[in-house]
Every structure is written in structure tokens, then in C-alpha cells.
Design a binder for this molecule. Structure first.
Ligand SMILES: Cc1cc2nc3c(=O)[nH]c(=O)nc-3n(C[C@H](O)[C@H](O)[C@H](O)COP(=O)(O)OP(=O)(O)OC[C@H]3O[C@@H](n4cnc5c(N)ncnc54)[C@H](O)[C@@H]3O)c2cc1C
Length: 480
């Protein structure tokens, strides 16, 4: 059993030292409730305490003592994870990074910046605007850089700029015993040794704690236009995306939103004249450094749509562009509105979100098969896709008190992932493994790769205190 009380007593005694100044220990019910869950469908778990840190020194001190007393530490950024990544399984302590929220340096000439882990991606975007630069990863939630490193997140702009792995140059990391390391310098290229930056990105807080990240920035395109087209079927929209990706056209974003999702979003648009036709829709953003570059992408898009597409519309103002992208962003929040019929009154709903990704040539096959699976399981589930990356999500709206319905949704989650694996894809394109996909990771990579991961974990965190029980089980066959 971890000695939480001894740990907290020793930490308390260090709060007035230079290394401890800034740390706050919280155990009040309101704070525990705030940090006992994420945005996933997994049951909440109360941490023993929430510890807020302000400096790298604070983090190092907490880890040194946690390691001494073998206390589990669960790093927490914005808590928008979708696979249970921030749940305190072993009644450990949650480490709250929200006070480490400074943009430390901006190197406009080098197109990079250095930030603390509690900086939000959308706040960073606002702050960088005057420089004409931006940081591309844009998950749909109000996520922060530490958590975004944790899940190797991406978003709508990954089609052009890649995921966190492609956009983080270097990290400062506190290891399980409190040691501080930097993974690299700021050059955009480096062949110097093992790629530790990428080892930590996507490790879901199980290998080390990010205390600073150097981020690669890009220039904001000077010209851009959003274009949407609606299709009679999911298959015809996916075939169009496959064709566009294979053509090599460099769109900024290439997304699919299915008819059910449009219906959900329409539910919050009061003005009937502003509602969208309830058909599967491709949304693309064409962008570049000249209007000619944009026009070329627009022409490629229209040509690929051919005569099948209906309601091909372009945003002509910034307001209209924002309106169209907010349609995409509202999908998760509006999905439950699909079950607000009178017969469903009094029920409580939650959304089980799951994501997979496949090589682009299999997008049509997997989307069609998934829609069939969802319908056969009698589930209400809009589908949204970062289609250009062969990545999509099912937003399964379930009655929280209907065990059978929840089991059917979990079966769809597993069947979808297994189908993606058969197509040489992955059980998660961007949400990560957390708790919900541990069994699927093993199927994806096999025991050999998992054993290597276990050895890496053992080398960096011998006592297994960093976010235990996430990504994989400690021993083959052991249960959580
Ligand atoms: C509405 C909605 C839309 C979303 N859309 C997308 C999307 O388009 N693309 C996408 O990729 N994801 C998406 N997500 C999922 C989620 O936003 C991402 O996984 C995001 O990266 C999580 O960031 P966070 O700040 O909330 O991190 P948290 O949930 O707090 O943590 C994420 C992981 O990182 C670890 N961690 C936190 N801080 C640190 C640190 N300092 N050092 C080391 N590890 C740390 C945590 O322990 C956890 O394992 C969406 C979620 C929601 C709710």
C-alpha cells in the first residue's frame, strides 16, 4: 500500500523551502470531484489529493517524495481525455499543471516557441496571432500542451501539418525519481541519439512529466476558403475524400460529418433558414500564400465532387467560415440531442466516443461497415471523420442506466477497432489507449512490442508510480 499520509506529511514540511514554494495540496471534496474524471465514459475515481505545481522544481520535489513513498502520480492537464487517461486508479495523487501556464519564449525568426504544460492551445493561438504564426494541433476540446503531448493528439489540421509528434521539437521532462532532463535542442532536424521527444509524446503520463515544450510554429496562411459539399451516402463522400487524398492536393483540412451529425447540430440552430440539409457533408479548407493556390484546390475539390454532390457552398466571409467550423466542433456536444424525443424523457445520456484510423484506400470500406455495425447494434451514433487522415470517430449516445446498451456500444468499439486492424490500421488514431483500449493495443502490436514497452517503463519508472494501469498491463495477463 502506498504511504500517502507519510508522503503528504513530508511534502507539507517542504512547502516553505525554495523547491516547495508554490505547491498547493488540496483534499477538499469540491477539488477531488473536479479531478476525479475526464471526458470519457469510464467511472470516476477519487484521488487521495490534488497537488498543484507552479515550477519545474515543484514537480521534481513531488516526484522525489512520491518515488520514495511509492505513491502513484497521475498528471492532469485539462482532463478532456476520452479513454480514461486521467483517472486515479490506485487512489494516488493527481498532479495539476494548470498553474504552469506561461509562454516562456517566442522565437519568431526560428518559427518556434517554448511553453509550460498548462498553456491551452487556443490561448496560445490568440497570443501568437500578432506574430503571424500559429501552432497547428487543434483538438476539439480546451486541451493544454502537457495533456496534448500525453495523448499525441491532433485534430482537423493534422492532414497538412501532422500530429503532436510532428510539431514538438523538444521537451523538458521530470522523471519518476525527480531527475530533470531535456530531450533535444531547438534545431528542426537532429540525428543526435535516440528520439526521446517522441518516446514521451503519446506515453499518457506513464514515463515522465512534461514541464516545458518547444513547439514548432507555422505561418498563418494568408489566403483561405472553406468549401462544403453534401452527398447522398456516406460511401460516396468517403470515395470522394479517398480520391482527393490520392491526388495529392494539399488541403488544409478535409473532414466528413455524417447526416446524423448534421441533424444533431441543426437541433441547436433556431433559425430554420440557417439549418443545413441533413445529408453527409465534406468540409474542406483550401489555403495557401496566394489566391491562385486556393483556387487550384477549390477546382480540384469541385472536380472530385462531380455530379454526385449537392449543395456545394463556399464561405465568403470570416463569419461564415467560423459558422461552418463551429458546426464540426459542436458535434460532440450536440450528439445527445438526438435522443431528446418524448419517449426518452427522464433518461440520462452520455456519449461513448471511439476512434480508429486506416490507410486511406480503406476509408470507404470501414465507414460503410461501421455504419452497418452501429445500426445492427441499435445505437444512435453520429460519425465524424478527420477523413483526410483515414481517421474517424463514432459518438455513441447511450442511456447511462441501460447496461445492455452500454455493452452493445463497447462491442461496437471493439469490433470497429478489430476491423481497422484487419485493414492494417490502428485501434486509435488520436485519442490514445488509456483504459478503454488496453486489450486492443495488445492485439494491434503483439506481445513482443508490448514487452519492449514494459522494459522501457521499468527502466524509467521502476516502482511503477507514473499513471499506473494505463496503456498496458504491468504483466502479461494481469488484470486492472
Ligand atoms: C469535445 C472533444 C473533442 C476532441 N477532439 C479531439 C481531436 O479532434 N483530436 C484529438 O486528438 N483529441 C481530441 N479530443 C481528446 C482530447 O482533447 C485530447 O486527447 C487532448 O490531447 C487531451 O488534452 P488535455 O489537456 O485535456 O489532457 P488530459 O486529459 O488532462 O491528459 C491527457 C494525458 O496526458 C497526461 N498528461 C497531462 N499532463 C501531462 C504532463 N505535464 N506531462 C506528462 N503527461 C501529462 C495525462 O496523465 C493523460 O494521460 C477531444 C476531446 C473532446 C472532449
Amino acid at each position: 500500500m502506498p504511504k500517502i499520509t507519510d508522503f503528504l506529511t513530508e511534502l507539507q514540511a517542504q512547502l516553505s523551502t525554495p523547491q516547495g514554494r508554490g505547491i498547493k495540496i488540496k483534499q477538499d471534496p469540491r477539488t477531488i470531484k473536479r479531478f476525479n474524471h475526464d471526458n470519457s465514459y469510464h467511472a470516476s475515481r477519487d484521488p487521495a489529493a490534488v497537488i498543484s505545481v507552479k515550477t519545474e522544481d515543484n514537480v521534481s520535489l513531488v516526484m522525489r517524495l512520491a518515488n520514495k513513498h511509492a505513491v502513484p502520480v497521475i498528471p492532469f492537464a485539462a482532463g478532456s481525455s476520452l479513454e480514461g487517461q486521467t483517472l486515479a486508479l490506485d487512489h494516488g495523487i493527481v498532479l495539476d499543471f494548470s498553474d504552469m501556464d506561461k509562454v516562456v519564449e517566442v522565437h519568431v525568426d526560428d518559427l518556434d516557441c517554448v511553453v509550460e504544460p498548462g498553456v491551452g492551445w487556443s490561448e496560445l493561438r490568440e497570443e501568437l496571432k500578432p506574430t503571424g504564426l500559429f501552432f497547428p494541433p487543434d483538438p476539439g476540446a480546451a486541451a493544454c500542451i502537457g495533456g496534448m503531448c500525453g495523448t499525441n493528439c491532433s485534430g482537423t489540421l493534422a492532414f497538412r501539418y501532422g500530429t503532436m509528434k510532428d510539431n514538438v521539437l523538444s521537451l523538458r521532462v521530470v522523471l519518476a525519481d525527480g531527475t530533470v532532463i531535456k530531450t533535444r535542442n531547438r534545431a528542426v532536424k537532429s540525428s543526435a541519439g535516440y528520439d526521446l521527444t517522441r518516446l514521451f509524446i503519446g506515453s499518457e503520463g506513464t514515463l515522465g512529466l512534461v514541464t516545458q515544450a518547444t513547439l514548432r510554429l507555422r505561418r498563418i496562411p494568408t489566403h483561405s476558403t472553406v468549401i462544403i459539399a453534401q452527398f447522398p451516402t456516406l460511401a460516396s463522400s468517403a470515395a470522394t475524400v479517398q480520391h482527393l487524398v490520392q491526388s495529392g492536393c494539399p488541403f488544409l483540412r478535409l473532414e466528413i460529418i455524417d447526416d446524423l451529425c448534421i441533424k444533431a447540430v441543426n437541433n441547436e440552430i433556431p433559425d430554420p433558414s440557417k439549418k443545413f440539409a441533413e445529408l453527409t457533408t465534406i468540409m474542406a479548407e483550401c489555403a495557401g500564400t496566394s489566391q491562385d493556390a486556393v483556387n487550384e484546390q477549390l477546382e480540384a475539390f469541385k472536380a472530385a465532387c462531380g455530379t454526385i454532390a449537392q449543395n456545394v457552398t463556399m464561405a465568403t466571409t470570416e463569419q461564415e467560415t467560423d459558422r461552418l467550423w463551429s458546426l464540426r466542433k459542436r458535434a460532440f456536444f450536440m450528439a445527445p440531442s438526438l435522443r431528446h424525443a418524448e419517449s426518452e424523457q427522464g433518461k440520462q445520456f452520455s456519449t461513448i466516443v471511439t476512434d480508429v484510423a486506416v490507410p486511406i484506400s480503406r476509408l470507404v470500406d470501414i465507414l460503410v461497415a461501421t455504419r452497418k455495425m452501429v445500426d445492427e447494434a441499435r445505437l444512435v451514433s453520429p460519425i465524424v471523420a478527420h477523413a483526410g487522415d483515414g481517421n474517424f470517430h463514432c459518438l455513441m449516445v447511450v442511456d447511462k442506466n441501460d447496461k445492455d446498451e452500454i455493452e452493445r456500444a463497447k462491442k461496437v468499439r471493439d469490433d470497429m477497432a478489430r476491423l481497422a486492424l484487419k485493414m492494417q490500421g490502428t485501434c486509435t488514431g488520436e485519442h490514445g489507449v488509456g483504459l478503454g483500449k488496453i486489450h486492443l493495443l495488445e492485439e494491434e502490436l503483439g506481445e513482443g512490442a508490448l514487452e519492449v514497452m514494459r522494459r522501457v517503463k521499468k527502466a524509467l519508472d521502476p516502482k511503477g508510480i507514473l499513471n499506473p494501469g494505463k496503456v498496458f498491463l504491468e504483466k502479461k495477463g494481469s488484470k486492472l
